[in-house]
Design a protein around this ligand. Structure first.
Ligand code: C2E
Ligand code: CA
Ligand code: CA
Length: 748
């Protein structure tokens, strides 16, 4: 012993013991805890005396004391965040100290704490092996430990403890972040996601979740400071403020911190709170406020920075899906419900007593396409807006107006309002567009809903039938749907027979439309498309006969045959040297849900020797939405065969992010409608762009369908869409033509 003991040492000793409670905050941020284990009371007081005023990074030491190995074990069970243990090797027994070390490292699994061994007996030293195996920082005889030496030894040990803890914490944190990312992805909708973010951050910091996440109010809003800040998720004390403006909380500290985070685009750390910034695309940033109660240390801050960066991508994706969802149900030009939404609205209406008085009208503007072509799209858009406004302007009773297709509006409401005279009255006065008076007329097809048998989709179809009938007669006319007009069942039956015969007589065949790498303009694959040429040489489009094949169940056999044909063609093309070529095959809902589908696929692959890695199945997005659990499992099994999956007509339905992730799709096909929009609509490329971005964020390949001109191809390339398919590059062609085409144009 080199340091002497004095009465004050005991004082220090007592004070320190009294000062610490059991429930220190996590990480005991305020102090470094040092545990002294020694059976000699003098050593305890001498050590505390020697180190008592040591401070590292503004954190003083705090001492814990144990006077035997047994006492140390008991104490270690209850205490956390001990940085350094000063341990007497020889206590009750010669090896009591080493046994304790083994216990600490192996039984307790405490790997972070630094251990300094001390012995009173010079010459006694544990073997080098023990020092290495038990990760012992230092071994000193007590006489060696002068005050200064003790000081430096402990300082070094604390420093190394801090480093180890930092490394471990960030490893744990990164692990949590990665897991949080995937867990969050599985959440549907913005609010769930946002709530998940709060919980995950709280988990990351080992705090009880108490905080909120907010976002700028307006979906398409301009960048407006704190003004439009809305709470979209909350936890703890803030729960009541969900969906309210941030000002409702009435806490200037919170408003101020969130505002600052958004303005300065960074995280703001206060003494007892953090305001986190999440960069969103599309001018929509997010910010979160968290009650942390104590200041966060460096490690926690670093973790949060990584987390925020990581989560921004997720928030963006959720936001995009929310917007896609909006696009899926509302027309962006007129802001009216679209056809899909109208089907839902009619269904809702059919479930209420109001149906007995209700009528659906489809109102089609006469000569709209001529006007549109003559005066331009912009003028046409204004015209549609004006008509939409007029149709909605009906005062009094409730009326639903929707945009069903280009120039057709749906009007649903009480028969007193929805009838030919009332609708025609809306078109009596000219519309004023761009300072010009334009006289319009409209043709109407109507359906009484009181004893209607079908659902919303049928009602719209029947409305269409009535509309067509009305148009046949005259412009500005109208027609009520009647059952005698119903889709001619006999016609359908006739077609069914014809299709069966055609299939048997091999008048169905498969054509192939190349898929192109936009950068190199070379073919990377082809989509197999079914064709039916009747005996008299006319083609019946698949859009027409595939529903009949599905309806009659024939699609099972036909679809299976298409799969075999396409696989054979793939193998043939490979034998011709096109080995890097993908074959995409359309699979119908009915076919897919058949219990033997997987078998059929296996057989087709076996029989044709088609390499699964070059076979892709296209399923439509609407299919992906039904019965997700069954689908997810089936797709999982399909993927095990090595075959990949594309989501067809993407953007027309609404698949949530979680589905997309769980479906394990490999690529998404941007529907032709959004490719047309790129050059043809005021909305421009926004949806295509979103889908491309979504694909990128989710790691899915993206291909655009129906590319017809160079401008579309250029814009798609600019937007980062790598692949495309469309008449611009090649029309669907027979197998022989495809091989020839590939030799000449495709793969030069
Ligand atoms: P889809 O799967 O969306 O196929 C793409 C459709 O777009 C094809 O129509 C194709 O010919 C057409 N297309 C390709 N490029 C362009 C373009 O630049 N402009 C325009 N206007 N159209 C383009 P197709 O062959 O008439 O097929 C229509 C639909 O019938 C397909 O839509 C698919 O849903 C279905 N179908 C076709 N073959 C099969 C099949 O073997 N099985 C199943 N279940 N469905 C099929
Ligand atoms: Ca397709
Ligand atoms: Ca498609």
């Amino acid at each position: 012993m080199t340091t002497s003991t004095s009465p004050e040492d005991d004082l220090v000793f007592l004070d320190e013991t009294a000062a610490h409670g059991f429930n220190l905050p996590r990480g005991a941020t305020g102090v470094w805890r040092v545990l002294i284990i020694d059976d000699d009371a003098d050593v305890h007081s001498a050590t505390t005396f020697a180190l008592g005023n040591l401070e590292m990074q503004h954190r003083p030491l705090e001492f814990l004391h144990a006077f035997s190995a047994a006492e140390a074990r008991a104490l270690l069970k209850n205490e956390r965040d001990i940085a350094v243990i000063l341990l007497d090797v020889v206590m009750e027994m010669e090896d009591a100290g080493l046994q304790l070390v083994r216990y600490i490292r192996e039984t307790m699994g405490m790997t972070e704490v630094r251990i300094i061994l001390r012995t009173g007996q010079p010459g006694y030293a544990p073997e080098i092996d023990a020092i290495r195996d038990y990760d012992i920082n230092d071994y000193k005889t007590k006489s060696e430990l002068t005050r200064i030496k003790l000081f430096t030894t402990v300082t070094a040990a604390i420093r190394s403890y801090e480093q180890i803890r930092a490394i471990n914490a960030s490893r744990r944190g990164l692990d949590l972040i990665v897991r949080a990312g995937t867990e969050l992805m599985a959440l549907q909708g913005l609010q769930n996601f946002a709530a998940g973010v709060i919980t995950q951050i709280a988990g990351l910091l080992s705090l009880t979740p108490e905080g909120l996440l907010c976002v700028q109010e307006n979906l398409d809003g301009e960048e407006g400071e704190e003004a439009g800040l809305f709470v979209i998720a909350a936890a703890g004390n803030f729960l009541d403020f969900i969906n309210q403006p941030i000002s409702a909380i009435g806490d200037p500290r919170i408003t101020g911190a969130l505002g600052q985070a958004l303005r300065e685009r960074r995280n703001i750390y206060g003494d007892d709170f953090s305001a986190l910034y999440f960069a969103g695309k599309a001018k929509r940033d997010f910010a979160a406020f968290l009650n942390t109660r104590t200041p966060l240390d460096d490690i926690d801050r670093r973790l949060l920075e990584v987390f925020c960066g990581n989560i921004s991508v997720g928030l963006d994706n959720v936001l995009m899906v929310t917007r896609l969802h909006h696009f899926a149900f509302y027309d962006t030009l007129t802001k009216l419900p679209n056809r899909t939404r109208m089907v839902e609205i009619i269904n809702e209406m059919l479930a209420t007593p109001a149906r007995s008085e209700a009528t659906l009208a489809l109102v089609d503007i006469d000569h709209f396409s001529e006007t549109n072509d003559a005066l331009g799209h912009q003028f046409g858009d204004l015209l549609l807006l004006a008509v939409a406004g007029r149709l909605q302007s009906h005062p009094g009773k409730q009326l639903v107006v929707a945009r069903i297709s280009g120039d057709t509006f749906g009007v649903l409401g009480h028969a007193d309002l929805v009838n030919p005279p009332m609708i025609l009255a809306q078109f009596e006065k000219p519309f004023s567009i761009d300072g010009q008076d334009v006289q319009l007329s409209a043709t109407t097809g109507l359906v009484h809903l009181h004893d209607y048998e079908g659902g919303g989709t049928d009602a719209l179809k029947d409305g269409d039938i009535a509309l067509k009938r009305a148009k046949l007669q005259q412009r500005a006319g109208h027609f009520y749907f009647s059952h005698s007009m119903a889709v001619d069942v006999r016609e359908r039956v006739r077609m069914m027979h014809a299709l069966r015969t055609a299939f048997e007589e091999k008048r169905l065949f498969v054509v192939y439309q190349p898929q192109i790498d936009l950068a190199t303009r070379q073919a990377t694959g082809a989509e197999a498309l079914l064709r039916w040429k009747t005996a008299d040489g006319t083609f019946i489009p698949p859009d027409l006969f595939i529903p009949i094949a599905e309806y009659s169940g024939m699609i099972i056999d036909i679809g299976n045959w298409v799969m075999l044909e396409a696989c054979r063609e793939l193998v043939r093309l490979r034998s011709l040297g096109f080995v890097d070529f993908m074959m995409s095959i359309n699979v119908s809902q009915v076919q897919f849900r058949h219990p033997h589908f997987l078998d059929t696929l296996h057989k087709a692959l076996l029989e044709t020797h088609a390499p699964p890695a070059f076979v892709e199945l296209e399923i439509t997005e609407s299919m992906a939405m039904e019965d997700p659990d069954v689908l997810i499992e089936l797709l999982g099994q399909i993927k095990q065969t090595g075959v990949s999956i594309a989501i067809d007509d993407f953007g027309t339905g609404f698949s949530s992010l979680s589905y997309l992730q769980q479906l394990q799709a490999d690529r998404i096909k941007i529907d032709r409608a959004f490719v047309i929009e790129i050059t043809n609509s005021s909305r421009g490329s926004s949806i295509a762009e979103m889908i491309i971005q979504l694909g990128r964020n989710l790691g899915l390949a993206v291909i655009a369908e129906g590319v017809e001109d160079e401008r579309q191809a250029d814009i798609l390339t600019e937007l980062g869409c790598p692949l495309a398919q469309g008449f611009l590059f090649a029309r669907p062609m027979t197998a022989d033509h495809l091989a020839a085409w590939l030799k000449s144009d495709g793969l030069a």
